[in-house]
Design a protein around this ligand. Sequence first.
Ligand code: ADP
Length: 254
Amino acid sequence: MATLSSSPLGAATGTPAIITAQNLGKTYHSGKLDVTALRNVSFTAAPGEFVAIVGPSGSGKSTLFYVLGGLTQATSGSLFIDGAEFSKLSDLERTRMRRSRIGFVFQRFNLLPTLTALGNIEIAHDIANLGAKEKKPLDRPLLDHLADMMGIKGRLDHRPNELSGGEQQRVAIARALISRPAIVLADEPTGNLDTKNSDAVLDMLRRSGRELNQTVLMITHNPEAAQIADRIIHMRDGEIKNIEKGTGRVIHEA
Ligand code: ADP
């Protein structure tokens, strides 16, 4: 078992961790077969830290994201998000936590096709507010700031099919960030993009994470993209095999 940090402190900044995973295990039961997707996964991540998760297909990266995002429960171990132990929360509390504290970015963008870019961002805000005692109005200055940062200001009244892949992903990032989540989980966010758009998206994820003090966890199979991170977690067969420092920038092989 490899451990990023045995203390609840984030290794990178010394501030209290926003994510603390301790010996997480996950076994799927499918028919008569048990598939162990995660074994003894322990790590911490600090606020504002960028962590890349790499590993071959089937190594447990997506399962780790489902567990971190509260979409499925770990079979063993414990997970603290922002000081709350996930497994001790009720389903409703976990759903609320997910909506308000965690933003998701997917490889296929997952924008609603009938809504404009702005409509997609607004609906994410509404969903983040579902069940909240006091509904927060849409944060217009943040929306302006995100639209500026993502370079989509002039594209907000367009529907997804009128936008390039790079633009769609930048809208999807703005959608994930509009509720000021503490944690952004990005699953192969550059998987459908060419190099230029991929670099832009990585740079934006990195900048927004720093500016808004968000912890970004990004799954990628691209070693060049992984280098944008502060730390790179290498997974294999459901375990953390190795952790290295990233360079903080994308390095293209010549
Ligand atoms: P990765 O994202 O690295 O490709 P996954 O987390 O998707 O890895 O898968 C890890 C292991 O768990 C694989 O052996 C996969 O077949 C298995 N697995 C994933 N999801 C399920 C599921 N819903 N039911 C059964 N086995 C699953």
